[in-house]
Ligand binder design. Structure first.
Ligand SMILES: C[S@@+](CC[C@H](N)C(=O)[O-])C[C@H]1O[C@@H](n2cnc3c(N)ncnc32)[C@H](O)[C@@H]1O
Length: 297
Protein backbone atom coordinates (compact mmCIF):
# COMPACT_ATOMS: atom_id res chain seq x y z
CA UNK A 1 0.00 0.00 0.00
CA UNK A 2 2.75 2.43 1.08
CA UNK A 3 4.78 1.55 -1.98
CA UNK A 4 1.80 2.18 -4.26
CA UNK A 5 1.32 5.62 -2.68
CA UNK A 6 5.00 6.44 -3.15
CA UNK A 7 4.82 5.32 -6.79
CA UNK A 8 1.74 7.41 -7.39
CA UNK A 9 3.49 10.42 -5.90
CA UNK A 10 6.45 9.88 -8.21
CA UNK A 11 4.08 9.59 -11.15
CA UNK A 12 2.38 12.82 -10.08
CA UNK A 13 5.72 14.61 -9.85
CA UNK A 14 6.74 13.34 -13.27
CA UNK A 15 3.49 14.48 -14.78
CA UNK A 16 3.73 17.88 -13.13
CA UNK A 17 7.23 18.24 -14.47
CA UNK A 18 6.07 17.32 -17.97
CA UNK A 19 3.21 19.80 -17.77
CA UNK A 20 5.44 22.61 -16.48
CA UNK A 21 7.81 21.94 -19.31
CA UNK A 22 5.05 22.22 -21.87
CA UNK A 23 3.80 25.45 -20.29
CA UNK A 24 7.32 26.92 -20.33
CA UNK A 25 7.39 26.22 -24.02
CA UNK A 26 4.00 27.87 -24.36
CA UNK A 27 5.26 31.05 -22.65
CA UNK A 28 8.26 31.27 -24.93
CA UNK A 29 6.37 30.74 -28.16
CA UNK A 30 3.98 33.46 -29.28
CA UNK A 31 2.67 31.20 -32.06
CA UNK A 32 1.48 28.65 -29.47
CA UNK A 33 -0.20 31.39 -27.44
CA UNK A 34 -2.02 32.60 -30.53
CA UNK A 35 -2.98 29.09 -31.56
CA UNK A 36 -4.21 28.04 -28.08
CA UNK A 37 -5.59 31.15 -26.36
CA UNK A 38 -7.86 28.93 -24.24
CA UNK A 39 -4.92 27.74 -22.13
CA UNK A 40 -5.20 30.61 -19.64
CA UNK A 41 -8.80 29.68 -18.97
CA UNK A 42 -7.56 26.18 -18.19
CA UNK A 43 -8.77 24.62 -21.37
CA UNK A 44 -5.58 22.98 -22.50
CA UNK A 45 -6.77 19.88 -24.32
CA UNK A 46 -5.81 21.20 -27.75
CA UNK A 47 -2.35 22.27 -26.54
CA UNK A 48 -1.76 18.78 -25.20
CA UNK A 49 -2.98 17.24 -28.42
CA UNK A 50 -0.48 19.39 -30.28
CA UNK A 51 2.29 18.27 -27.90
CA UNK A 52 1.33 14.65 -28.47
CA UNK A 53 1.38 15.21 -32.19
CA UNK A 54 4.89 16.65 -32.02
CA UNK A 55 6.08 13.85 -29.78
CA UNK A 56 4.70 11.21 -32.12
CA UNK A 57 6.35 13.09 -34.97
CA UNK A 58 3.16 13.45 -36.90
CA UNK A 59 4.77 16.63 -38.20
CA UNK A 60 8.16 18.28 -37.93
CA UNK A 61 8.53 20.87 -35.22
CA UNK A 62 11.51 22.70 -33.78
CA UNK A 63 10.43 21.59 -30.31
CA UNK A 64 10.37 17.90 -31.13
CA UNK A 65 13.54 17.21 -29.15
CA UNK A 66 12.33 19.10 -26.10
CA UNK A 67 8.97 17.39 -26.05
CA UNK A 68 9.96 13.85 -26.86
CA UNK A 69 11.67 13.43 -23.45
CA UNK A 70 8.21 13.82 -21.94
CA UNK A 71 6.40 11.93 -24.67
CA UNK A 72 5.29 8.83 -22.80
CA UNK A 73 3.81 10.96 -20.04
CA UNK A 74 1.70 13.26 -22.20
CA UNK A 75 -0.66 10.44 -23.10
CA UNK A 76 -1.68 10.00 -19.49
CA UNK A 77 -1.79 13.76 -18.92
CA UNK A 78 -4.77 14.02 -21.25
CA UNK A 79 -6.98 12.34 -18.68
CA UNK A 80 -5.41 13.86 -15.56
CA UNK A 81 -7.01 17.22 -15.04
CA UNK A 82 -6.29 17.11 -11.31
CA UNK A 83 -2.61 17.29 -12.17
CA UNK A 84 -3.06 19.86 -14.90
CA UNK A 85 -4.86 22.45 -12.81
CA UNK A 86 -2.21 22.78 -10.09
CA UNK A 87 0.55 22.66 -12.71
CA UNK A 88 -1.00 25.46 -14.73
CA UNK A 89 -1.58 27.49 -11.57
CA UNK A 90 2.01 26.92 -10.51
CA UNK A 91 3.23 28.14 -13.87
CA UNK A 92 1.03 31.27 -13.67
CA UNK A 93 2.19 32.07 -10.12
CA UNK A 94 5.83 31.77 -11.16
CA UNK A 95 5.18 33.95 -14.18
CA UNK A 96 3.76 36.76 -12.03
CA UNK A 97 6.53 36.50 -9.44
CA UNK A 98 9.16 36.84 -12.16
CA UNK A 99 7.32 39.71 -13.82
CA UNK A 100 7.05 41.76 -10.61
CA UNK A 101 10.59 41.07 -9.48
CA UNK A 102 12.01 42.30 -12.76
CA UNK A 103 9.65 45.25 -13.14
CA UNK A 104 10.05 46.54 -9.58
CA UNK A 105 13.84 46.17 -9.57
CA UNK A 106 14.05 48.10 -12.83
CA UNK A 107 11.64 50.81 -11.66
CA UNK A 108 13.49 51.34 -8.36
CA UNK A 109 16.82 51.59 -10.10
CA UNK A 110 15.58 53.99 -12.77
CA UNK A 111 12.84 56.12 -11.22
CA UNK A 112 12.45 55.52 -7.50
CA UNK A 113 10.00 54.09 -5.01
CA UNK A 114 6.91 55.98 -6.22
CA UNK A 115 7.26 54.73 -9.80
CA UNK A 116 7.30 51.10 -8.70
CA UNK A 117 3.67 51.39 -7.51
CA UNK A 118 2.43 53.49 -10.41
CA UNK A 119 2.92 57.11 -9.23
CA UNK A 120 4.59 59.71 -11.42
CA UNK A 121 6.39 61.57 -8.58
CA UNK A 122 6.58 61.91 -4.80
CA UNK A 123 3.69 64.40 -4.66
CA UNK A 124 1.40 62.09 -6.62
CA UNK A 125 2.52 59.14 -4.42
CA UNK A 126 1.45 60.96 -1.24
CA UNK A 127 -1.76 62.34 -2.77
CA UNK A 128 -2.77 58.89 -4.04
CA UNK A 129 -2.10 57.32 -0.63
CA UNK A 130 -4.26 59.98 1.03
CA UNK A 131 -7.14 59.32 -1.39
CA UNK A 132 -6.86 55.56 -0.80
CA UNK A 133 -7.02 56.16 2.96
CA UNK A 134 -10.07 58.44 2.54
CA UNK A 135 -11.87 55.81 0.47
CA UNK A 136 -11.17 53.15 3.12
CA UNK A 137 -12.82 55.40 5.73
CA UNK A 138 -15.78 56.03 3.42
CA UNK A 139 -16.08 52.26 2.93
CA UNK A 140 -16.52 51.69 6.66
CA UNK A 141 -12.96 51.12 7.97
CA UNK A 142 -12.93 51.33 11.79
CA UNK A 143 -10.00 51.93 14.19
CA UNK A 144 -10.39 48.49 15.74
CA UNK A 145 -10.56 46.56 12.48
CA UNK A 146 -8.17 43.79 11.50
CA UNK A 147 -7.05 44.83 8.02
CA UNK A 148 -5.60 42.99 5.02
CA UNK A 149 -3.96 45.27 2.43
CA UNK A 150 -3.45 42.85 -0.46
CA UNK A 151 -0.73 43.97 -2.89
CA UNK A 152 0.28 46.64 -0.37
CA UNK A 153 3.35 47.71 -2.36
CA UNK A 154 5.82 49.79 -0.37
CA UNK A 155 3.34 51.11 2.19
CA UNK A 156 1.61 53.93 0.30
CA UNK A 157 -1.67 53.29 2.17
CA UNK A 158 -0.08 52.02 5.40
CA UNK A 159 1.71 55.33 6.01
CA UNK A 160 -1.71 56.98 6.46
CA UNK A 161 -3.32 54.08 8.31
CA UNK A 162 -0.66 53.94 11.03
CA UNK A 163 -1.91 57.13 12.68
CA UNK A 164 -5.47 55.80 12.78
CA UNK A 165 -5.59 52.03 13.13
CA UNK A 166 -5.48 50.35 16.56
CA UNK A 167 -6.40 46.92 15.20
CA UNK A 168 -3.94 44.69 13.36
CA UNK A 169 -2.76 45.52 9.86
CA UNK A 170 -1.27 42.95 7.47
CA UNK A 171 0.24 44.16 4.21
CA UNK A 172 1.09 41.39 1.75
CA UNK A 173 2.78 41.71 -1.61
CA UNK A 174 4.37 39.45 -4.20
CA UNK A 175 7.45 41.72 -4.37
CA UNK A 176 10.15 41.24 -1.75
CA UNK A 177 11.75 44.62 -2.48
CA UNK A 178 8.49 46.48 -1.95
CA UNK A 179 7.85 44.64 1.31
CA UNK A 180 11.36 45.41 2.60
CA UNK A 181 10.82 49.07 1.75
CA UNK A 182 7.45 49.13 3.54
CA UNK A 183 9.00 47.60 6.68
CA UNK A 184 11.59 50.39 6.75
CA UNK A 185 8.90 53.07 6.51
CA UNK A 186 6.33 51.72 8.99
CA UNK A 187 7.42 50.83 12.48
CA UNK A 188 4.12 50.54 14.43
CA UNK A 189 3.99 47.23 16.27
CA UNK A 190 0.45 46.38 15.05
CA UNK A 191 1.66 46.57 11.41
CA UNK A 192 3.06 43.43 9.74
CA UNK A 193 4.35 43.08 6.19
CA UNK A 194 4.64 39.72 4.44
CA UNK A 195 5.64 38.41 1.04
CA UNK A 196 2.98 36.22 -0.56
CA UNK A 197 3.83 34.08 -3.54
CA UNK A 198 0.36 32.64 -3.99
CA UNK A 199 -3.21 34.00 -3.92
CA UNK A 200 -3.94 31.88 -0.85
CA UNK A 201 -2.73 33.15 2.53
CA UNK A 202 -2.02 31.53 5.90
CA UNK A 203 -4.74 33.22 7.92
CA UNK A 204 -7.74 31.47 9.49
CA UNK A 205 -11.24 31.75 7.97
CA UNK A 206 -13.10 35.00 8.73
CA UNK A 207 -10.00 36.66 10.19
CA UNK A 208 -10.39 40.14 8.65
CA UNK A 209 -12.91 42.95 9.11
CA UNK A 210 -11.56 44.92 6.20
CA UNK A 211 -9.75 43.81 3.04
CA UNK A 212 -8.51 46.16 0.35
CA UNK A 213 -6.56 45.68 -2.87
CA UNK A 214 -5.67 48.93 -4.60
CA UNK A 215 -4.62 48.61 -8.21
CA UNK A 216 -3.79 44.92 -7.97
CA UNK A 217 -6.33 42.99 -10.03
CA UNK A 218 -5.66 45.47 -12.82
CA UNK A 219 -2.42 43.56 -13.31
CA UNK A 220 -3.80 40.02 -13.11
CA UNK A 221 -5.62 37.67 -15.46
CA UNK A 222 -9.23 36.63 -14.90
CA UNK A 223 -8.39 33.25 -13.37
CA UNK A 224 -6.06 34.84 -10.81
CA UNK A 225 -8.69 37.46 -9.96
CA UNK A 226 -11.24 34.70 -9.42
CA UNK A 227 -8.87 32.82 -7.10
CA UNK A 228 -8.27 36.01 -5.12
CA UNK A 229 -11.97 36.75 -4.74
CA UNK A 230 -12.51 33.21 -3.48
CA UNK A 231 -9.68 33.58 -0.97
CA UNK A 232 -10.93 37.00 0.20
CA UNK A 233 -14.38 35.49 0.69
CA UNK A 234 -12.83 32.86 2.98
CA UNK A 235 -10.89 35.49 4.93
CA UNK A 236 -13.55 38.17 5.37
CA UNK A 237 -15.91 38.22 8.36
CA UNK A 238 -19.63 38.33 7.62
CA UNK A 239 -20.55 42.03 7.42
CA UNK A 240 -16.89 42.94 6.71
CA UNK A 241 -15.84 45.22 3.85
CA UNK A 242 -13.85 44.42 0.71
CA UNK A 243 -12.58 47.30 -1.47
CA UNK A 244 -11.04 46.51 -4.83
CA UNK A 245 -9.83 49.20 -7.20
CA UNK A 246 -9.22 48.59 -10.88
CA UNK A 247 -8.68 50.48 -14.11
CA UNK A 248 -11.95 50.19 -16.02
CA UNK A 249 -10.47 50.38 -19.51
CA UNK A 250 -7.54 49.15 -21.51
CA UNK A 251 -5.51 52.33 -21.16
CA UNK A 252 -2.94 50.70 -18.88
CA UNK A 253 0.19 49.69 -20.73
CA UNK A 254 2.33 48.44 -17.87
CA UNK A 255 0.74 45.22 -16.68
CA UNK A 256 1.65 41.63 -16.02
CA UNK A 257 0.64 39.37 -18.84
CA UNK A 258 -1.37 40.02 -21.92
CA UNK A 259 -4.02 42.73 -22.01
CA UNK A 260 -6.41 40.39 -23.81
CA UNK A 261 -6.39 38.12 -20.76
CA UNK A 262 -7.26 40.90 -18.32
CA UNK A 263 -10.80 41.98 -17.58
CA UNK A 264 -11.48 45.70 -17.29
CA UNK A 265 -15.22 45.57 -17.60
CA UNK A 266 -16.85 46.66 -14.29
CA UNK A 267 -20.03 44.69 -14.95
CA UNK A 268 -18.01 41.52 -15.57
CA UNK A 269 -16.02 41.92 -12.33
CA UNK A 270 -19.17 42.63 -10.37
CA UNK A 271 -20.90 39.52 -11.76
CA UNK A 272 -17.80 37.48 -10.91
CA UNK A 273 -17.79 38.74 -7.31
CA UNK A 274 -21.52 38.18 -6.85
CA UNK A 275 -21.21 34.69 -8.32
CA UNK A 276 -18.60 33.93 -5.66
CA UNK A 277 -20.95 35.10 -2.91
CA UNK A 278 -20.24 38.80 -2.25
CA UNK A 279 -22.93 41.47 -1.95
CA UNK A 280 -22.61 44.75 -3.81
CA UNK A 281 -22.37 47.94 -1.70
CA UNK A 282 -21.28 50.54 -4.25
CA UNK A 283 -18.92 51.40 -7.07
CA UNK A 284 -17.30 54.83 -6.90
CA UNK A 285 -14.66 56.95 -8.58
CA UNK A 286 -12.34 58.06 -5.73
CA UNK A 287 -10.17 60.17 -8.07
CA UNK A 288 -7.41 57.58 -8.40
CA UNK A 289 -7.90 57.10 -12.12
CA UNK A 290 -9.58 53.84 -11.12
CA UNK A 291 -12.99 52.63 -10.04
CA UNK A 292 -13.45 51.31 -6.52
CA UNK A 293 -15.73 48.32 -6.09
CA UNK A 294 -17.02 48.03 -2.51
CA UNK A 295 -18.40 44.61 -1.53
CA UNK A 296 -19.51 42.86 1.64
CA UNK A 297 -20.57 39.37 2.77
C1 LIG B 1 0.21 49.40 -8.84
S1 LIG B 1 0.94 48.60 -7.46
C2 LIG B 1 -0.12 49.15 -6.14
C3 LIG B 1 0.49 48.97 -4.78
C4 LIG B 1 -0.35 49.42 -3.60
N1 LIG B 1 -1.62 48.73 -3.54
C5 LIG B 1 -0.56 50.90 -3.69
O1 LIG B 1 -1.62 51.30 -4.18
O2 LIG B 1 0.37 51.62 -3.34
C6 LIG B 1 0.44 46.89 -7.68
C7 LIG B 1 0.95 46.02 -6.57
O3 LIG B 1 0.41 44.73 -6.65
C8 LIG B 1 1.42 43.81 -6.31
N2 LIG B 1 1.03 42.52 -6.87
C9 LIG B 1 0.90 42.19 -8.17
N3 LIG B 1 0.51 40.92 -8.29
C10 LIG B 1 0.39 40.43 -7.04
C11 LIG B 1 0.03 39.16 -6.51
N4 LIG B 1 -0.29 38.17 -7.32
N5 LIG B 1 0.01 39.01 -5.17
C12 LIG B 1 0.32 40.04 -4.37
N6 LIG B 1 0.69 41.25 -4.81
C13 LIG B 1 0.72 41.45 -6.13
C14 LIG B 1 2.67 44.42 -6.93
O4 LIG B 1 3.87 43.91 -6.42
C15 LIG B 1 2.46 45.88 -6.60
O5 LIG B 1 2.96 46.22 -5.34
Amino acid sequence: MMRRMANNRRLDNDLCEAMLHLLDLYVRRKDLQRAFPEVLSKNYDRLLEWALGVVQKRWEDSDHNTLKTFGDRFESLLSLRTILDPALNEWRYRFYQKFWKEKVEKDYAQKGHYWAVGSTDEKNYLETGRKMYASCLLSGLKEVDTVLDFGCGNGRLAQYLQGFLRGKYYGVDISEILIEDAKKKISSSNFTFLVNERPTLHFPDRYFDFICAFSVITHLDIEYTKELLQEWKRLLKPGGNLCVSFIPNKSILSFAGDIEKMEHNPAFLLRLAIGIGFRFVDMTDPGLGQLLLHLTL
